[in-house]
Ligand binder design. Structure first.
Ligand code: GAL
Length: 437
């Protein structure tokens, strides 16, 4: 099946190139085990500690990660002790701060989770702190199994710097099917539908929209999908290239809609995490939550089977994408063990084990679709035909500094509710990034 991937980086880096790629179309062939070899080419057993750094601490996230850890000794013979180094906090804001001080202090973990795109390329790749993985991509023939658009976005000057383990979708509205059936409601397709449904839920004493923005990414992501639904994919992408003005009336409309959506959320949103917000939906205390498809993993880990999903309001036909990747820091402790970790992460077996539990689809194109649940199968179908746009809240759309400015502006807005002030700060942030004149 063919996927059109519209690249995420600014125009200078091949933005909006359409690439035909195959995705998730069966095929069970086992690839060669990525056995490490010594200088003579003979297998050499691995040993010592291997530290893997991430923010995957919730049930579904941890379950997926454990699958990779379980595969490691099968694919990497020896006696390596994996150190699961996690810093809790959805979206990774806290983890990135810890990582930053470690990298700057010359104490890198063996490998760390980082989002594909700007978050990777504008940070540790730009500062020269990562090893090129061209040798590994060549050795594993990964040019043949990852979509060209994905290869481009993990690469700088033709050198790949990280291995993508998955593709996540940010623009999903999750709802409790029983709550909706009991209330005689249909899942909303448009913003107008959303507000109708929200009013009906409110009238029944149910919180319409669960939000957990203890970590700011959750409200940034709600803004992102509201911009996407209001502007459409092309104008949304233009926000990240300077083509769409942040001061435009369309953006004002989106911000007003965002403000209105926030008025339907739980009053304690600032003290809840994204997964605690999902708990409100699971328990029937809230009708909906708008969150990435790691909610699918959270539901699975919690045994909740009555979840429905639709694209977030007015975003049908658009896939707001992000990807988790792992790289090789220069001076990584136990380099050989890290390289074998990266082979596991990029392997068919690794991606087929990890993604069904993580609520994501493979970054590879050859995973066996039958291993995935109905939501993920639908995501694979959408990935193959939708318009692909980059996620702001998860490192794909904007440089880390620009994304941080936006996040600060959104956090201030959630308290102040001042649309004019938010729009002014968003316009300034674009100028400060150098993208807008
Ligand atoms: C995203 C990450 C996902 C998921 C989510 C919530 O940034 O890409 O894998 O972990 O945060 O923590």
């Amino acid at each position: 099946m063919l996927v059109r991937w519209k690249l995420w980086l600014p125009a200078a880096i091949l933005l909006m190139v359409l690439v035909g790629i195959a995705v998730a179309c069966g095929g069970d062939d086992e690839e060669a085990s990525p056995t490490p070899t010594g200088p003579t080419g003979s297998p050499s057993p691995l040993s010592g500690k291997l530290e893997i750094f991430s923010w995957w601490t919730t049930g579904g996230e941890a379950a997926g990660l454990q699958k990779l850890y379980q595969l490691y000794p099968q694919q990497c013979p020896g006696d390596v002790q994996i150190v699961n180094s996690t810093v809790a906090g959805g979206g990774g804001d806290v983890a990135r701060q810890v990582l930053s001080s470690r990298m700057q202090g010359g104490d890198p973990p063996g490998s760390f989770q980082i989002h594909m795109g700007h978050e990777l390329l504008d940070s540790w790749v730009a500062s020269g702190d990562m090893e090129s993985l061209k040798f590994l991509f060549d050795q594993q023939n990964w040019a043949n199994v990852f979509p060209q658009g994905v290869l481009d976005i993990v690469s700088k000057d033709g050198q790949p710097y990280s291995v993508p383990v998955n593709i996540h979708r940010a623009n999903v509205l999750w709802y409790n099917k029983k709550t909706f059936t009991d209330a005689g409601l249909q899942p909303p397709k448009t913003f107008a539908d959303f507000f109708t449904v929200a009013d009906a839920l409110k009238a029944k004493g149910i919180t319409p929209l669960a939000l957990g923005d203890k970590e700011a990414f959750a409200s940034v992501q709600l803004l992102e999908v509201t911009l996407l639904g209001t502007l459409g994919p092309d104008a949304y992408k233009g926000l990240w290239t300077g083509k769409t003005a942040w001061g435009s009336s369309q953006v004002t409309d989106a911000l007003n809609t965002f403000k209105r959506m926030l008025s339907y959320t739980n009053s304690d949103h600032a003290s809840l995490t994204w997964d605690q917000a999902n708990d409100m939906v699971i328990k029937g205390q809230a009708g909906m939550t708008i969150m990435g498809d790691w909610v699918d993993a959270d539901n699975k880990a919690k045994g909740f089977t009555n979840s429905g999903w639709v694209p977030s309001p007015s975003t049908s036909g658009t896939y707001d994408a992000l990807s988790d990747t792992f790289g090789l820091p220069k001076d990584a402790p136990n380099r050989d063990a890290v390289i074998c970790w990266l082979k596991v992460v990029g392997s068919k077996a690794g991606q087929e084990a990890f993604n069904p539990l993580k609520g994501s689809i493979c970054a590879r194109t050859d995973c066996n679709k039958s291993l995935f649940d109905p939501y993920l199968q639908s995501a694979m179908d959408d990935w193959s035909k939708d318009s692909i746009v980059p996620s702001l809240a998860h490192g794909a759309a904007a440089s880390p500094a620009w994304a941080a400015d936006i996040s600060d502006a959104v956090t201030a807005f959630v308290a102040s509710q001042d649309v004019g002030a938010l729009q002014g700060r968003l316009s300034t942030a674009c100028k400060d990034s150098g993208v807008c004149s």
